[in-house]
Ligand binder design. Structure first.
Ligand SMILES: NC(=O)c1ccc[n+]([C@@H]2O[C@H](COP(=O)([O-])OP(=O)(O)OC[C@H]3O[C@@H](n4cnc5c(N)ncnc54)[C@H](O)[C@@H]3O)[C@@H](O)[C@H]2O)c1
Ligand SMILES: O=C(O)[C@H](O)COP(=O)(O)O
Length: 527
């Protein structure tokens, strides 16, 4: 008998796929503290949550019988994925079921903001019939700037166009073709800030997007801009938003999400032109039914050992193919991740070339691992071995796989070429022995680097007074250099330097390195 614990008020009707299984018992859990959950979890085989329950490392480590954790929704920021993976627990989510709900909530927030609806309702309920205080603005002919043109951003664009708004977007990870099928003009972030009357964010919270809308960003915006966030708290700097609203720069803001949730006290609440909802984006009957059904089906499949579509942390591949290619999957993903950090511009094409022994194998899971590595840092949606090719296709990225007999002296070689609208970059890797991964080539230059931790990539001109000064600058910041590799093709020509460092090199130091004469570029990479 399997036991499934369902938390956070996941929709009952959506649990039907679990309830109809005779050997699955469904238990609806009440709100619990971490300690209580740690005490409760050992008897369960599966756990289903929304965003309220924090599935911490302690909870996961206590879940000695846990096989799968299901998130009835998109964001898995409340689940310690690393702990789950280490523990061999599958994490699944339901990324599509609440797209429309979040989209419609965004449109509702935009209209409520434009027409002061929440404020007018509140005043009327106080018994005041005040028409003068709530003069609104129309959406027609206004410019809506969408940051993040994924599932929700695209759906918001369509609806805003129906409201006769001009839609522009910033999303450096989608192609022009994808944007043009939506009839959306892709612009730089600065241009979006300068041109938009309304700005809405629909991207994941990442290191890159954290406080993306800050004091500097507000300064670039039009006077009287209106801001909406139905994505994740923290993308907008709430203190900077407060100041920008106080000064009148921002005419109104609507937040569904906050940096700290639940948020019941904020300086923003004192501003009359600020409206908010308590993370209601996904809270429609339809969305809750869809996400619950999706996740319940996934849990049944996972408990039966069947193929699971929306895995967050573990690949789902045919076991026979997996055992042949498994040793290369980690390397392939790292090569993809490396490319994602080295390439600038919109990626159009990924080419994975297999040489040597590997060319005789069924290599498509390895290609998928490369694509996963490239898309993973970019997308909020879980990228896994099942959906990575579809996600690449949907984003207009072509993926090619080829074999080539020439393995440059290695028993097997994986070469990953990425073509963007700005650059063409090639990296290659191999396994030393059975499972010792190495990056052995960058842009045709031979190197030998372990793909792990922090790497500093410095293409330069092969001449004296480059390697030393780079080392000195890093050393001055007390950062230890663990290894260094230099590859060149001819004396005095172009060369690449790859340093393994024990900590990230600060931005200012990267700028100093870039200023060394003969240094052509500098990039910090984390693998
Ligand atoms: N309020 C809610 O209840 C609710 C409901 C559902 C989803 N969400 C949130 O909405 C957001 C969007 O969800 P989605 O399903 O559309 O995700 P998605 O993965 O389909 O789309 C995210 C988009 O953001 C883009 N992106 C990534 N980093 C970027 C960056 N630095 N700058 C610009 N664009 C960037 C990606 O290219 C992608 O197109 C997520 O944060 C998700 O957690 C909130
Ligand atoms: O990530 C999500 O799916 C949304 O933020 C919704 O979260 P919720 O299920 O807690 O409403």
């Amino acid at each position: 008998m399997y036991k499934v614990l369902v938390m956070d008020g996941v929709a009952e009707e959506g649990l039907a796929p679990l309830r109809r299984e005779e050997d699955i018992e469904v238990v609806i859990g009440r709100k619990m503290t971490e300690d209580e959950l740690v005490e409760t979890i050992p008897e369960y085989d599966a756990l289903i949550v929304r965003s309220a329950t924090r599935v911490t490392r302690r909870v996961i480590e206590a879940g000695v019988n846990l096989k799968v954790i299901g998130r009835a929704g998109v964001g898995v920021d409340n689940i310690d994925l690393e702990a789950a993976t280490t523990q061999g627990i599958l994490v699944v989510n339901a990324p599509d079921g609440n797209t429309i709900a979040a989209t419609e909530h965004t449109i509702a927030m935009m209209l409520a903001l434009a027409r002061n609806i929440p404020q007018a309702v509140a005043r009327l309920k106080e018994g005041v019939w005040d028409k003068k205080a709530f003069l609104g603005v129309e959406l027609r002919d206004k410019t809506l700037g969408i940051i993040g043109l994924g599932r929700i951003g695209s759906a918001v664009a369509k609806r805003a166009q129906a409201l006769e708004m001009n839609v522009i977007a910033y999303d450096p990870y989608i192609t022009e073709e994808k944007a043009s099928t939506l009839a959306v003009e892709l612009v730089s972030l600065e241009e979006l800030f300068r041109r938009s009357d309304f700005i809405t964010v629909h991207l994941p919270k990442t290191k890159e997007s954290y406080h993306m809308i800050d004091e500097r960003a507000f300064a670039m915006m039009k006077d009287g801009v209106r801001i909406i966030n139905c994505a994740r708290g923290g993308i907008i700097d709430e203190d900077a938003l407060y100041q920008a609203m106080l000064s009148g720069k921002v005419a109104g803001a609507a937040l569904d999400v906050f940096e700290k949730e639940p948020c019941t006290d904020s300086s923003l609440f004192s501003l009359p032109n600020f409206i908010a909802t308590p993370h209601l984006g996904a809270s429609t009957r339809e969305a809750q039914l869809h996400v619950a059904l999706d996740v319940a089906e996934e849990i049944v499949a996972a408990l039966r050992g069947k193929l699971v579509k929306n895995t967050v942390n573990i690949p789902s591949i045919n076991p026979q193919v997996l055992s042949a290619v498994r040793p290369y999957l980690g390397l392939a993903e790292k090569l993809g991740k490396l490319q994602a950090q080295l390439v600038t511009g919109r990626i159009r094409k990924i080419e994975v070339i297999y040489s040597g022994e590997l060319a005789k194998q069924e290599v498509s899971p390895i290609t998928t691992a490369v694509v996963k590595g490239i898309l993973d840092p970019i997308l909020q949606q879980t990228v896994n071995f099942v959906n990575a090719p579809v996600l690449a296709k949907n984003r207009g990225i072509q993926v090619f796989q080829a074999v080539d007999g020439e393995a440059e002296g290695y028993s097997s070689l994986i070469t990953v070429k990425v073509y963007s609208d700005k650059v063409e970059k090639s990296v290659a890797g191999t396994l030393f022995g059975k499972e010792d991964p190495r990056i052995v080539m960058v842009d045709g230059y031979r190197i030998d680097v372990i793909p792990s931790g922090y790497l500093l990539y410095v293409p330069h001109i092969d001449k004296p007074r480059i390697i030393g000064p780079v080392g000195v600058l890093i050393g001055e910041h007390n950062i230890n250099i663990a290894a260094m590799q230099v590859g060149r093709k001819q004396i005095g020509g172009r060369a690449v330097m790859m340093l393994s460092v024990d900590a990230p090199v600060p931005e200012e130091t990267l700028a100093e390195i870039a200023r060394i004469e003969g240094v052509l570029d500098v990039k910090m990479v984390h693998l």
